[in-house]
Design a protein around this ligand. Structure first.
Ligand SMILES: CC(C)(COP(=O)(O)OP(=O)(O)OC[C@H]1O[C@@H](n2cnc3c(N)ncnc32)[C@H](O)[C@@H]1OP(=O)(O)O)[C@@H](O)C(=O)NCCC(=O)NCCS
Length: 163
């Protein structure tokens, strides 16, 4: 299946299809607005990628390069594969292409937050070499970073060094 996958940047014409795909990919991801996807397609397209199979969008990764000078990290906001294409390597190929793009920009770290219950996603992050580094406290065998996204918004972080 993966040999037929084409990875390319998110385009403005894709945004409705991508939104529909993510709408159906819950409960661990939820769709953002069309305006958000327009923004990603226009301003972040080098790290917002889609996987296309026979003209259909099979998966998407939304990621951004930190613009703070010398930060060097890429934050992965959402990854989703259409249910009919899951388990065929689409998510892995998307993430590998993202890593190449991040490296090409000279960035040296990729990271994301994950729900502890999302075992499929956690298996993917680990398969790709992401690590849940020791943080503030442990819950269900995962390290949790306190207040990561604001007061009380504790998150499980996975990161991959590209050094
Ligand atoms: C998580 C998700 C993106 C994985 O995409 P995918 O295309 O199905 O994953 P792949 O087929 O590329 O699998 C790559 C690796 O991930 C792991 N993996 C993926 N799905 C798995 C599953 N159901 N069970 C066990 N391991 C799994 C495996 O290690 C696999 O490698 P292997 O087949 O060589 O062992 C997909 O399940 C999905 O879209 N889930 C809903 C949205 C979501 O929760 N996204 C993550 C939060 S942002």
């Amino acid at each position: 299946m993966t040999e037929k996958v084409k990875i390319r940047s998110l385009l403005q014409d894709d945004i409705q299809e991508v939104r529909d795909l993510i709408s159906e990919a819950g409960p661990f991801v939820s769709a953002r607005t069309l305006s958000d996807y327009w923004l990603y397609s226009r301003f972040f397209s080098e790290t917002c990628l889609v996987a296309e199979i026979s003209g259909e969008i099979a998966g998407v990764v939304v990621a951004v390069l930190n613009q703070v000078t010398n930060s060097g990290d890429c934050y992965i906001q959402d990854v989703a594969v259409s249910s009919k294409f899951r388990g065929t390597g689409v998510g892995k190929v998307l993430m590998e292409h993202l890593e190449l793009a991040v490296r090409e920009h000279g960035y040296n770290k990729m990271w994301l937050t994950s729900e502890a219950a999302n075992s499929n996603a956690i298996a993917l992050w680990r398969r790709l070499g992401f690590v849940n580094s020791p943080a503030d406290y442990q819950e269900n065998d995962l390290w949790v970073t306190r207040d990561l996204k604001g007061k009380g918004k504790d998150r499980v972080v996975f990161e991959k060094s590209l050094k």
